[in-house]
Every structure is written in structure tokens, then in C-alpha cells.
Design a protein around this ligand. Structure first.
Ligand code: BES
Ligand code: MN
Ligand code: ZN
Length: 482
């Protein structure tokens, strides 16, 4: 579905869309025939203009039947209202929606387009038997009465929507299609044209660097691991880069500590952190942000096999610290610890934010509403939480501390990779913190409950959400570019 702009209502538009704010529909407001009837009908159907609400009807205009859609914006829900346009029209038979944006602010109009674009994303590439009437019909949403400022704002948001779509694509694809090497190739194809430099470490290179924690996870897999770095230097020469690190376990069986079969297919999206980093880099480079940003993806598959690592094995990480692998299903932290160490050694970053579908305990704590944030710096945490609020990717802070850290001490190595059952998300974060060097501001986002949704939301159909892309993009825009 494409967004276009026009001064007048396009002749081939087969549905007219009107945003309606708080207070509900108003008979005087419609530049259409039978405006009073539309208002009365909408009110009788309890349409009040609440954000995301919609009402659909038809009017007779000079003998032809015209489809009408009212979408509620509430006081500030323009992205939600945009989402409702796609939710209602995507497979409705309508092909071209004329969206009336007269009288809206630049931000409001662009947010409508943004919500519509985000909500229209779907993946049909693996369906071969979709009937015509099941396929998306809506090809275009034209903003009628839009000015240049709205178009400019949309260009900015379109780049972010492109990043969200890329994350959703990577996360949705199954593990036989997106695995470390193919993840790298998709990222390359997407981002090289945007001016992103792609750097890839293969297994022999990681071996040389001593990344035995990451490589240990990969031992049971036929798919070779990769460490992917996406470098975008749009800021001042010499400015230290912001670094994002993502957990990219393209499939997590648990390894020898094998997971139960029920729901294991979900673990195709255990690369949601790496997916978010790739999407955020797509957004940031796509809109030519004035910032130096590096995205790093630790890409491995966690499989059981004769060569797989065993519970009790001790591995030496790139940092030199040794880890007793109590549970091979706590693999994300093993991947991240080497990626985080390499990131600090290679880029001397100003700040690091990692994203990972790290612990089931995160779902127990926060469900599917907010991701957890852990940080060694209050200022960084506050800025990320604010970017989350403003972008729609909500974060809730959880604690770190010495007492939690002690829980992962090992009797035989420097640490073990799991703590006791309680505080599972916190001990995972403590593990990561052991690899953060003095003076480096760091935050860890546990997005286990957020990468995937079992139900539709205002701006995403169920499935991969793209969580993290809008958040990281916003964080860069507000704190690094500003
Ligand atoms: N990828 C999982 C965490 C996860 C679980 C994400 C459910 C999303 C939904 C992670 O690798 C894992 O298996 N964690 C274990 C850690 C445990 C063994 C300490 C968990 O949470 O059970
Ligand atoms: Mn696991
Ligand atoms: Zn995992």
C-alpha cells in the first residue's frame, strides 16, 4: 500500500476517509452529500471519534454510490486512526482511499499516513492458495489537501515505517529461511544502498578473537554463526558512535537443555533483538540521520547435536572471563556477552543499548505490554523510557544490584549462565553487565514479550511487531542528532 498526496480528490478514489476527533461526528463538517445522515448514522452506531474507532457507510452522490469511512482520532490518536484505515480497508475491495486531511496539522496528517502504512504490512510470500477476495485490495491512500510540510514529514516517517517492515519481515521468516548467513545477506541487500557499511565476522574470525561463548551456542548447528556490524556514520567525524547490539538466535531449541515441543515454533523469533537493530539501522540510514550509529547482530542457531555444548561445559568468552554453562537454553546471554565485548573493543562507543528476547521471566513480569529495561546509568534509562513513551514502544525499568549479581557466581568458573528460578530477567541482565567496561553507559532491553503479538494492535496485525525500531530511531533523533 502506497501513500500519495494530492490537492484534490482523485477521480478513481473508491472510498472517502474522514478523520473525526473528540466530540464525534459533526453534520456541518462533511463536504459530501447526505452529511447529516452520515452523522446521525455514526452517532446511532456509537461512533464517538475515539482513537482507532471506525464507522463505515455509503452515500448517494449524484446517482453514484460512494463509500465513506470515518476514523476516530480521539485527542491525539492519529497513528491509531491511520491504523484503522488499513484494518478496515486493506482487504475490503476498496483500492484507492482518499483521506481528507484539510485542517489537520503537519504532524497529525503525517501520523495518519504512518499508522495506515504500519498497519498495512503483512507477509503473503509463503501463501500460494490465497483467493482473490482474500488478497489485499487497497493499493493507495492519497492524502487530499496535504501541503509540502506534510509530505516532508511523511518522507521522514516513511523511512521509519520501512525499518519496522524490515524487522517484521526478518522476525516472521522461519528459521529455514532466515538463519545467520541469510540474515546477513538480507541486511546487506537492504542497507548497502542506504550507505551502511556491512562488516561480517565468520566463525574462523570469531575463533581467532576468542569468542567461545558465542561459538559454543553454535556448536550444535549446521548453520555457521555470524557477527554482523552495520556501520552508519552520518554524524560528525570523530564523534563516538552510539552502538546497538541485538540477540539474533535464528532458532532456539534450547540445545541439549531442550525445550518442550509445545510452542517451540515460536522460537523462530528469538532473533527479535537483532531484527530490531537491523530495522532501526534501516530507519536511521534511510532518513539520513545526522548521527554515528553502529548496529551489531550476534547471529547463531541453538541446536542439540553430537557436537553441541553440554550443561556443565566451561567456555572462555572474548573478554577472558569464564562461564559455566549450566543450561544451554540460557544461550542469548552467551551470544550477547561476546558481541558486547567486541562492540566495546572495536567501536569505543559513547553508549550501548542491547535488545534481546532474553528471558521467559520477562513475560511473567510484564506480559505483552512493555519491555523491561535495565541500565547502569539513570540518564540513559530515562532517555530511553521517554523515547519509548513518545514512539509507542513502552519500557519499564527493573533493578540491577550486587545481591542479584552474586546469584550467578559459579563454584568452578567466573560465573554461571543461570541463577536460581526467581529474578530470572534480572540475573540475565547482571550476566550481561559483567561484560560492560567501566565508564560505558549501557542499557539492556529484554523484549521477550514484545517482538511478537498473538493479537492485532492499532498499528500492527498479529505477528511480528517491529518493537524497538521506533524506540531506537526516536532515541537517536532526540538525543544524538538534537
Ligand atoms: N529465547 C528464550 C527466552 C524466551 C522465552 C523468549 C519465551 C520469548 C519467549 C531464552 O533463550 C531462554 O530460553 N531463556 C530461558 C532461560 C533459563 C534457562 C534461565 C528461559 O527464560 O526459560
Ligand atoms: Mn533459550
Ligand atoms: Zn533464546
Amino acid at each position: 500500500m502506497d501513500i500519495q498526496f494530492s490537492a484534490d480528490r482523485p477521480a478513481d478514489a473508491d472510498v472517502l476517509v474522514f478523520p473525526v476527533g473528540k466530540g464525534g461526528p459533526d453534520a456541518g463538517a462533511w463536504p459530501i452529500a447526505q452529511g447529516k445522515m452520515v452523522t446521525d448514522a455514526a452517532r446511532s452506531a456509537r461512533f464517538e471519534g475515539k482513537a482507532g474507532q471506525s464507522f463505515s457507510t455509503y452515500v448517494d452522490q449524484d446517482g453514484s454510490t460512494v463509500r465513506i469511512l470515518l476514523v476516530g482520532t480521539g485527542s491525539d490518536g492519529f497513528d491509531k486512526a491511520g491504523g484503522a484505515i488499513s484494518a478496515q480497508l486493506l482487504t475490503s475491495g476498496a483500492q484507492h482511499a482518499a483521506l481528507m486531511v484539510d485542517g489537520l496539522s503537519t504532524e497529525q496528517a503525517a501520523d495518519l499516513a504512518y499508522g495506515a502504512k504500519l498497519r498495512s504490512w503483512r507477509i503473503d510470500t509463503h501463501r500460494t492458495t490465497l483467493k482473490d477476495h482474500e488478497k489485499p485490495s487497497l493499493k493507495t491512500v492519497t492524502l487530499v489537501g496535504a501541503d509540502q510540510a506534510m509530505q516532508d514529514r511523511w518522507t521522514h516517517l516513511a523511512a521509519i515505517a520501512e525499518g519496522v517492515a524490515f524487522t517484521r519481515e526478518l522476525v516472521s521468516e522461519p528459521a529455514n529461511i532466515v538463519y545467520p548467513e541469510s540474515f546477513v545477506e538480507r541486511a546487506r541487500a537492504k542497507m548497502e544502498p542506504l550507505g551502511v557499511t556491512i562488516r561480517v565476522l565468520d566463525e574462523p574470525e570469531m575463533e581467532k578473537l576468542g569468542m567461545h561463548a558465542l561459538l559454543g551456542v553454535s556448536l550444535g548447528s549446521e548453520k555457521p554463526a555470524r557477527l554482523l556490524a552495520l556501520e552508519y556514520m552520518g554524524g560528525k567525524d570523530g564523534d563516538k558512535p552510539m552502538v546497538f547490539v541485538g540477540k539474533g538466535v535464528t532458532f532456539d531449541t534450547g540445545g541439549i537443555s531442550l525445550k518442550a515441543p509445545a510452542g517451540m515454533e515460536d522460537m523462530k523469533w528469538d532473533m527479535g533483538g537483532a531484527g530490531a537493530v537491523a530495522g532501526a539501522m534501516t530507519a536511521i540510514a534511510g532518513r539520513k540521520a545526522k548521527a554515528n550509529v553502529v548496529g551489531i547482530c550476534g547471529l547463531v542457531e541453538n541446536m542439540p547435536d553430537g557436537r553441541a555444548q553440554r550443561p556443565g561445559d566451561i567456555v572462555t568468552s572474548m573478554s577472558g572471563q569464564t562461564i559455566e554453562v549450566i543450561n544451554t537454553d540460557a544461550e542469548g546471554r552467551l551470544v550477547l556477552c561476546d558481541a558486547l565485548h567486541w562492540a566495546q573493543e572495536t567501536y569505543d562507543p559513547a553508549m550501548i543499548v542491547d535488545l534481546a528476547t532474553l528471558t521467559g521471566a520477562m513475560l511473567v513480569a510484564l506480559g505483552h505490554e512493555q519491555a523491561g529495561i535495565f541500565s547502569n546509568d539513570d540518564g540513559l534509562a530515562d532517555k530511553l523510557i521517554k523515547a519509548g513513551k513518545d514512539s509507542g514502544d513502552a519500557l519499564w525499568r527493573l533493578p540491577l544490584g550486587k545481591a542479584y549479581d552474586k546469584l550467578i557466581d559459579s563454584p568452578i568458573a567466573d560465573m554461571k549462565n543461570v541463577g536460581p528460578r526467581s529474578a530470572g530477567s534480572i540475573t540475565a541482565a547482571q550476566f550481561l553487565q559483567r561484560f560492560i567496561q567501566d565508564g560505558v553507559k549501557w542499557a539492556h532491553l529484554d523484549i521477550a514479550g514484545m517482538a511478537w503479538a498473538d493479537k492485532d494492535s492499532a498499528t500492527a496485525a498479529k505477528g511480528a511487531t517491529g518493537f524497538g525500531v521506533r524506540l531506537l530511531d526516536r532515541f537517536v533523533a532526540d538525543n544524538i542528532e538534537a
